[in-house]
Design a protein around this ligand. Structure first.
Ligand SMILES: O=C(O)C(=O)C[C@H](O)C(=O)CO
Ligand SMILES: [Zn+2]
Length: 285
């Protein structure tokens, strides 16, 4: 296959084009990574963003230096005056810091979530503790209030079993019974010590794109993330704080060489968490 331009830049934003489920089977390791893996979202003193045409989600990382706030701007691909002019934004703090939205400061502890509604003109990030902020945005048709969900106040759904090495707690932050949004559904799943599998048995969801950001993985460890159609899977070897974009036709599951957690975020046709196309383990190939 000819080399393809799968991650061009527009301004400072990396652009990812959608792929057809017939294409990825022809991809080698580098093309798989260039299409589906987001490797370097977090850099000191920068806000980095990746615009995927999969449900037009934007993934980002903001890493403010102590004493200097970083302001989120509307980069050229958005063709808008300010970032949230037509978009909503979910933020997960990785470390303690604050987000200021239209002059209101929200203090976030590690793993807290801030939802920023459409129409918010200014959003900035600051931290004296070296926090990283993970950003996920989707187009929004109306305005919902900006709100915080605290990790400490959210009761996780307990999933999995020690016998299948997939004991994990799933916290929902942005969802129809929690923080209201137009499209975004977002939360965090944390594996128990000794568990390594996420989202197995796995699923696709034909009506949404889903992105995972892996966290809590020591530098020398990796997650083997499964993607592709259930009957023809491929894998990505993923480091800590790297993200994976899963098209609607792709499974999204993984096993780590160590316990870890991951931020999951979806956008698309509906917000029904249970709207999954389940795949039995014996259907996987
Ligand atoms: O551990 C899990 O299972 C998950 O966290 C699943 C994701 O939330 C997901 O894929 C939702 O569609
Ligand atoms: Zn899913």
């Amino acid at each position: 296959m000819d080399e393809i331009d799968c991650s061009r830049k527009d301004g400072d934003v990396e652009i990812r084009h959608p792929t057809h489920p017939g294409q990825y089977t022809e991809f080698g390791t580098e093309e798989l990574r260039a299409h589906y893996l987001v490797e370097d979202l977090f850099a000191p003193g920068e806000i980095r963003t990746v615009y995927t045409h999969q449900d037009r989600m934007v993934l980002g990382g903001a890493v403010p230096r102590p004493g200097t706030a970083l302001e989120l701007s509307a980069e050229p691909p958005l063709r808008s005056e300010y970032f949230c002019e037509r978009r909503e934004l979910g933020v997960i703090a990785l470390g303690g810091g604050s987000v200021t939205a239209d002059g209101e400061e929200y203090e976030l502890a590690h793993r807290d979530c801030l939802y920023v509604g459409r129409g918010t003109r200014s959003v900035s990030f600051s931290s004296d503790e070296g926090a990283r902020f993970y950003l996920v945005s989707a187009p929004a048709h109306t305005e919902y209030p900006t709100r915080v969900a605290r990790h400490a106040d959210t009761t996780p759904a307990e999933l999995g079993d020690p016998a299948t090495a997939n004991v994990r707690g799933l916290r929902k932050y942005v969802h129809p019974e929690g923080i209201h949004s137009c499209q975004l559904v977002m939360g965090i799943t944390e594996l128990a010590e000794g568990s390594v599998w996420n989202t197995m048995p796995c699923h696709t969801h034909d009506r949404r794109t889903e992105c995972y950001l892996y966290v809590d993985l020591p530098p020398e460890h990796r997650v083997i993330h499964l993607l592709g159609r259930p009957d023809e899977t491929r894998h990505l070897v993923v480091r800590n704080e790297q993200a994976v974009i899963s098209p609607s036709w792709s499974v999204h599951s993984g096993a780590g060489t160590h316990r870890y957690g991951f931020v999951w975020a979806m956008a698309g046709e509906n917000q029904d968490f249970g709207d999954m196309d389940h795949v039995a383990i014996d259907e996987l190939r």
